[in-house]
Write a protein that binds this ligand. Structure first.
Ligand SMILES: *Cc1c(COP(=O)(O)O)cnc(C)c1O
Length: 228
């Protein structure tokens, strides 16, 4: 039998073991990606101790946030962001991993003016310059960064990437290493302590943790196949 509880406990244990194996001071955070899965499953997972959930589609997410408002869930937005959706995202989420351009960051920031809320964000990097993927290009981020740092209501926690798909763990690790190097470079150049690398999904978790991931985003390996 392979229940939600068993799959969850297995992944949680794997994340912990890999974090220890690669000598991380802290275990990577497991973000349960619940897009296209019903609220009953989120509720069930919450009862096993999972409190951070990631969603990709705003409308779907808002309905779930409302339905689950009795639970103390930390909501992470990880999907593509249209600029007319920034207000609802800024207001309803604790984290946004998919900030892919300065315009979006500026809009998120401006919606928070006067609310007292700080939003945790990651800058999404298009590591392999894939035309269908969004994100800052590595060569642009250094130049854009000073402007991003002026956005007072955003807590820039680090970087996120969805590297090109490959089953080769060596290639996977190379991509993740590139993201880690970028974070180190930004921290050094701007004298910061950004602490987050949001990298690794069901298919490349081991390489991601090996290279220093601090947030692993797992959907399928916990919930099973998505509904459409
Ligand atoms: C869907 C999604 C995930 C989870 O993917 P799985 O392969 O189901 O684990 C992680 N990150 C992002 C950005 C996603 O869109």
């Amino acid at each position: 039998m392979n229940t939600l509880k068993q799959r969850y406990q297995k992944i949680k244990q794997e994340v912990q073991q890999l974090s220890e194996q690669f000598n991380h001071k802290q275990s990577a955070l497991l973000l349960a990606v619940s897009k296209r899965h019903p609220t009953e499953k989120i509720r069930e997972l919450f009862s096993y101790g999972q409190h951070c959930f990631g969603e990709n589609y705003l409308q779907e997410a808002l309905e779930k946030i409302e339905e689950l408002s009795d639970l103390n869930i930390e909501w992470h937005f990880i999907g593509p962001i249209q600029s007319n959706k920034t207000k609802a995202i800024a207001e309803n989420f604790n984290w946004v991993h998919s900030v892919d351009r300065t315009k979006i960051a500026t809009r998120l920031n401006n919606h928070l003016e006067g609310t007292g809320k700080q939003l945790n964000i990651c800058l999404q990097i298009n590591l392999n310059k894939e035309p269908q993927k969004s994100g800052f290009l590595i060569e642009d981020i250094l130049q854009q960064f000073p402007q991003l740092l002026k956005l007072n209501h955003l807590n820039i926690r680090g970087l996120m990437a969805i590297p090109e798909h490959t089953d080769d763990p060596i290639k996977q690790a190379e991509n993740f290493r590139l993201l880690k190097q970028m974070l180190d470079k930004l921290n050094q150049q701007f004298d910061l302590n950004m602490d987050t690398l949001s990298m690794g999904m069901s298919g490349d978790m081991t390489a991601a943790i090996q290279e220093g991931s601090t947030i692993i985003r797992i959907g399928t390996a916990i919930f099973g196949a998505r509904e459409h």
